[in-house]
Design a protein around this ligand. Structure first.
Ligand code: GLN
Length: 470
């Protein structure tokens, strides 16, 4: 039998199409590996074996009938446990929802099912997506497959790990302040935070509604574009989705980036760890050889980003988490963990009369300035490249005593959510066997361009081939 391990969507879909393997074989193989590795990695909270096998059998039948199928048909995937899945437990990583079974699918999940993707299970995460390390999961922390004494990044920890450890071929995540890009960087996988409103939020348990972006983890940039082809677009159930026509994200991905201008914001490199800086410089050298032009840019309001984010985000959290009142869903409010409580209290304070103007309103004004910095920079350059994280994957409990230190993990990612623009994490090499990532940031709805730059770099650097030793 064909070797089924380590496949990309592109490779698996080719084998399926040529009928060299069946979807059922592929999915069964992934489920058994996912379960086995889960004992060590804790990347899954729930398995959906029956659903996955049923779907695989359905796809095999359609293929026998020579139906034209999506490249995602028969591909095993995982959904972060914040995506509503009809009939499959959905906890958002919180004890409050420990027993909650949704009665409908999130739009993205529905679209993936329609394309024929097979759900292996639901992945572990920081409760309510609050966190940068996975340690805020109310169940158990997920481990980094490159070094299990270290965190995988958060909050979409399980989805990044499941992709990196080859428990699935792709996974969904949410990014409110970095929760796709940071774990993607820590786990050597590709992760996209799309433009706000490009992918529907319907059926995703809300964290901070004006920042929440729905995206995906894959091994390669090409695979990521394939998934976005299926999930992007207007949704009548989410009024913030854009009516703008969706691009075909794969059709220009092989076009050379030659002539494109890449901006380097000096604020993202000041005081940066030398070795991480070195990896980014090497990556930029590759892109320069491929013909891109590097220019310096400035994003002067960068330094206000984390503070602004940690006012706006808890304000919205305090409102969104008000619906868990012990009447409608799951268990009562005593089940909220420390971090959720901290954010509810913070947000209630920043929205309260007397403090609203001083905190929330001011933060909203700075948010506008942060977005304007980017808009101004994109008049000069096509994309901006920065490190995704200022640090390497850290040890468990290294940052849990001090929430502020943990919040600073997002120093390079939150501003992109405040600005609403897209950003793609692409693996850019290792330091002491630990992965690092760079993010390619672009103007609104420039996902296609980000994929083109990312793909070109990845084809030469090929970091995706260095899989964890498990
Ligand atoms: N780590 C950030 C936070 O704790 C971002 C989380 C996210 O993107 N969901 O808020």
């Amino acid at each position: 039998m064909k070797k089924l391990k380590g496949l990309t969507i592109k490779e698996a879909s080719k084998l399926l199409e040529a009928k060299e393997i069946s979807a059922k074989e592929l999915v069964a193989d992934y489920i058994s590996r996912a379960k086995k590795l889960n004992k060590n990695l804790n990347s899954f909270l729930t398995f959906a074996e029956n659903e996955a096998i049923d779907q695989a059998e359905r796809i095999d039948k359609l293929r026998r009938d020579n139906q034209k199928l999506s490249p995602l048909a028969g591909i095993p995937f995982a959904a972060k446990d914040i995506f509503s899945t009809k009939g499959i437990k959905t906890t958002a990583g919180s004890k409050v929802l420990e027993s909650y079974i949704p009665v409908y699918d999130a739009t993205v999940v529905g679209k993936l099912f329609e394309a024929g993707a097979c759900i292996v299970g639901k992945t572990n995460q920081d409760a309510w997506a609050h966190g940068s390390s996975g340690e805020n999961s109310d169940f158990r922390p997920t481990k980094n497959p490159y070094d299990t004494s270290r965190v995988p990044g958060g909050s979409s920890s399980g989805s990044a790990v499941a992709t990196a450890a080859d428990q699935v071929i792709f996974a969904t995540g949410t990014d409110t302040g970095g929760s796709i890009r940071l774990p993607a960087a820590f786990c050597n996988v590709v992760g996209l935070k799309p433009t706000y409103g490009r992918v529907s939020r319907y059926g995703i348990i809300a964290m901070a509604s004006s920042l929440d972006s729905i995206g995906h983890f894959t091994k390669t940039v090409f695979d990521n574009a394939l998934v976005l082809n299926t999930t992007a677009g207007l949704d009548e159930m989410d009024a913030t989705t854009s009516p703008l026509k969706i691009d075909n994200y794969t059709d220009e991905i092989r076009k050379s980036p030659s002539g494109l201008k890449v901006g380097l914001p000096k604020e993202y490199f000041e005081g940066l760890n030398k070795e991480i800086k070195q990896n980014i410089t090497k990556a930029l050298n590759v892109l320069e050889r491929q013909g891109v032009i590097i220019e310096n840019v400035s994003l002067p309001h960068t330094k206000y980003g984390v503070a602004t984010y940690y006012i706006i985000q808890p304000s919205e959290v305090s409102s969104n988490l008000a619906r868990y009142d012990g009447i409608r869903f799951g268990y009562d409010r005593d089940n909220f963990g420390a971090e959720a409580k901290r954010r509810i209290i913070l947000g209630t304070y920043t929205l309260s009369s007397g403090y609203y103007d001083a905190y929330y309103l001011k933060a909203m004004k700075i948010r506008r300035l942060i977005r304007q910095d980017f808009i101004k920079a994109f008049k000069k350059v096509d994309v901006i490249i920065t490190p995704t994280s200022a640090s390497l994957p850290f040890k468990f409990e290294e940052k849990t005593d001090d929430p502020l230190t943990m919040y600073l993990s997002d120093i390079y990612t939150t501003n992109i959510n405040l600005a609403g623009i897209p950003s793609l994490n692409v693996p850019c090499g290792f330091i002491d066997n630990l992965p690092t990532g760079m993010q390619i940031i672009g103007p609104d709805f420039s996902e296609k361009l980000l994929y083109r730059v990312g793909h070109s770099y990845e084809q030469e650097s090929r970091w995706f081939e260095r899989r964890p030793n498990l």
